[in-house]
Design a protein around this ligand. Structure first.
Ligand code: NAP
Length: 323
């Protein structure tokens, strides 16, 4: 499937009204992509005064208050929308919270009669795994299916942006590339902006994407290869080391152990052939895009995860109009 209009703005009948749930979160920059393509965006947050929400309001989004704990607020936000884009909240709320939030979201979208939902889940979450983080996503996918919502599930293996997770920052500053699996093992990864580009495609072409569950990855470097790329691009030495030890929350330790046995579920070649309009990032290209964020003067001190969108550039270096 290929969409020749992929790089052009949408006008007229093809423009969609899209609710971005969790608009201040790590996938919130989809709001910028949608606005840049001419869609109408409603951005949901518990705190409209949040800097990211205020920035989106200035960029043209309709910022509304909604809480994953409050079904009524989510249903109200979803009413009148063509599509709802959402992901989970595992890092903020833990697996039990993510499951509760996802069920609330599904119930709200059902009540609101949402015509199409694009939901970011996780690779492997369509099967029981015994890993709480994945089983919570599976429960949400199941609830969405039970309610017969018209859904497109996008399921990433491992985000390249995980490098910016708080528990990885000290290692990066010390010249270590933290990897969740042994450094010699290939681990499939994907850049957030590639996930979002696919989500935009699904939002714009619901007839082609409804009912699809697409697991995604854009490259599969070993930790050793990734460290070499980082060293070359950033200009200081990085050594890959597996993240282990008592500092790691148990839910992440379980996920990382699972990843070690399931590091490469995606047929990357087939995926990229199917969606040739997406700029699937190699790890090398992603690091080049992220060079400024990875090369802070005091070492590697990126801004807080999920809140790092500068006014005129998204996290993959795409330029947007200044606000
Ligand atoms: N595959 C991978 O490698 C990978 C890596 C990282 C994350 N993920 C997944 O990506 C998803 C999102 O990441 P994240 O968990 O770090 O969350 P996040 O996207 O940073 O934030 C969650 C969003 O939910 C909103 N929210 C609304 N009601 C909430 C409530 N009651 N409690 C908490 N948040 C609420 C928050 O907005 P307000 O605060 O503005 O209301 C926030 O924007 C998770 O499902 C996670 O598992 C996958």
């Amino acid at each position: 499937m290929s969409f020749p209009d992929d790089h052009h703005s949408i006008t007229g009948a093809a423009a969609k009204r899209v609710l971005v749930a969790g608009a201040t979160g790590r996938f919130g920059q989809i709001a910028d992509l949608l606005l840049a393509r001419g869609h109408t965006v409603r951005a949901a947050t518990r705190d409209p005064a949040h800097p990211q929400a205020a920035r989106l309001a200035a960029a043209g989004a309709d910022v509304v208050r909604a809480d994953f704990e409050d079904v009524g607020s989510l249903a109200a936000a979803a009413r009148g929308m063509d599509t709802v884009f959402a992901s989970g909240s595992a890092h903020r709320a833990g697996p039990a919270g993510e499951e509760r939030h996802g069920r609330n979201l599904a119930d709200a979208l059902s009540a609101a009669g949402a015509p199409h939902v694009v939901f970011v889940s996780g690779a492997g979450a369509d099967m029981p795994t015994g890993v709480a983080v994945l089983d919570a996503k599976r429960a949400v996918e199941q609830r969405i299916a039970e309610l017969r919502l018209a859904v497109t599930v996008i399921a990433p293996v491992y985000l390249m942006e995980n490098l910016f997770n708080p528990w990885n920052l000290a290692a990066l500053q010390a010249g270590t590339l933290p990897t969740p699996v042994p450094p010699a093992l290939r681990l499939q990864q994907v850049a957030t902006c590639d996930i979002l580009a696919l989500a935009v495609l699904a939002i714009e072409h619901p007839d082609s994407f409804t009912g699809e569950r697409i697991e995604v990855a854009s490259d599969a470097p070993t930790g050793e290869e990734a460290a070499a790329v980082l060293s070359a691009v950033i200009g200081r030495d990085f050594t890959a080391r597996q993240v282990v030890g008592p500092g790691l929350p148990p839910r992440l330790a379980a996920l990382f152990a699972w990843l070690e046995h399931n590091p490469s579920p995606v047929d990357i070649g087939a995926l990229h052939r199917r969606f040739p309009g997406i700029t699937w990032h190699s790890f090398d290209n992603w690091v080049k895009d992220q060079q400024a964020r990875l090369s802070q003067p005091s070492g590697t001190v990126p801004p807080a995860a999920g809140r790092a969108i500068s006014p005129d550039k998204d996290s993959c270096g795409h330029r947007h109009p200044a606000v």
